[in-house]
Design a protein around this ligand. Sequence first.
Ligand code: DUT
Ligand code: MG
Length: 611
Amino acid sequence: MSTDTAKATDKNAKTVTFPKSKFSWLWENLSGMRVLFVVCLFGTVVYNVMQIVVPFFSGKLVDEFTKLGNGGGSGDYSVFYRLIGAMVGLTLLRVLIVYLDCMGYELCSQSALFKIRNYLYNKISRQDMKFYSTYRTGDLMTRVTGDLDAVRHNIAWVIRMIVESFVLFFSAAIYFVIMDPLLAFSILIISPLIFFIVVKFKTSVAPKHTLLREKLASMNTHAQENISGNRVVKAFAREDYEINKFDNANKDFMETNIDTQNTWLKFYPYIETIADLMPIILLTVGGIFIINGRITMGEYISFSMLIWAIANPMRQLGNIMNEFQRFNAASNKVMEIYYSEAEIVDDKDAIAHPDRFEGKVEFDHVSFKYEDGNLPVLYDISFTANPGETVAIIGETGCGKTSLIQMIPRFYEPTAGKVLIDGIDVSKYKLTDLRKNIGLATQDVLLYSDTIEGNIAYGVPHLRAEEIVKFARYSAADEFILKMPEGYDTIVGERGVGLSGGQKQRISLARALAIKPSILILDDTTSAVDMETEKHIQHSLRDLDFNCTKIIIAQRISTTKFADKILVLKDGRIIEEGTHEELVNAGGYYKDLVELQLGDSIEALREGGVL
Ligand code: DUT
Ligand code: MG
């Protein structure tokens, strides 16, 4: 990790570079709490130095006690009591400092957690389509929960432990050196060995933490996909398969967890042996020094009471290193999102357009290819939808219809050519102004776990009740909504569970209409409604009480029939363009489609005994 940039290597060995090192990133997010954090660090130094002082007093106490015991010749009871008082006082003060210190760290870490989590959520919400097709939901959820908690833990515990270990070790070492350099030297000479072992441990455990983090994300993704896709699971009676899949992911995670924790066990015996050697050296060398009269009994007791302050930080190093590597792996994941930038953003001098658009939509030689796709999806598309016109797009599945309309609100950008609204390239408008003017009913409907009213008014939160009803009528939804137990106040379940496909489509249409868009885009929005309802919707769309250009993707001739212009798309190219009559007369793909669909209807009527 360099000082100004931090590099992270993910499982695909792709190196991600962040603009800041991990610690300056943490520092940035401790804003408002920095003074408290520094005070806490200082507190950690203080209470650990105090730990060293207690054995010092104990040593003095023993020496005083010995003098008193030897007939009290040179001993002084007042010194003795003062020493006891100082020890008790110091211990109580230390406990108080530790208590306040822990609270301080907790406060700092929670504040940073809150800040980063909000920032991440904001970042994720403002990302573009490419981001959402790159990251899986379960993985993103892991980043804002588990990973972020490892970051919090680093502030609240790991940093404290690092400071604690260093302060304890070095203050005890300094104390030892001052008391008796030779004895200190004979004990400390073996300590560098521990650092070698810990560095080796770090190298071996770091990739395991990265792997562990991946396994956790994978397990969460399994769970999330299984829960949100439960209807499919049930439909195919694949519960056992899904349970098994999760079981494997869970087992995989557990095994990686055990393996990671066991890594320390390989190093632990060496550390423990070295740490245990220290009291033995003290006993031997110290014993000889007492006999020689080089040190007093009290000094020996101070040494032996302090030997833990040298040995324990060494034992702790493994634990700290483990937690630090966990933080390392987790923070890479968090920082990746934290520093991610949406590619589709406002231009430097984006045009503000708070008012309605006239509604002229032009495609000017637009070609498009998904970044991860091999072949272009759209080739040289040019057409114009004039204000108030209805343009219908029809074509076989996978021919590029959805991809085409997604370029109007700039969900994706053309690889060549331009999309213009009112003569201006869509990339020049401010994104919010552009999107607020476009009403979109997507192909796969997503409703929120909210009331029907709340769902319809999603784009205009303070929409009046009668307006909501009006838009529901436009989309032929009013009737079935009124039949529901609580009418417009009925809460729809997650993703609209509890409604039929056609009902969901109609609410989604009402939601798109409610913003009174200057451009309305409907992506197969009436595919699941019956012919009669569709007719009603077509009728309403022609008689909207606001001006609106409509771009309608449809599979049915009944929908395209009244359009001002029909575009027939095939393999990403416009192969036919014109009105219903023109295209029928032209005798191409569209005419075949008309015959096919009418043929089907006639067939259906025959079968029904009507003909
Ligand atoms: N495609 C991608 N990545 C995506 C979405 C689609 O590579 O994220 C491909 C699949 C398909 C082509 O682009 O081969 C066109 O897809 P689109 O969704 O535009 O097709 P459609 O005309 O809307 O099909 P449907 O009628 O099934 O909705
Ligand atoms: Mg589509």
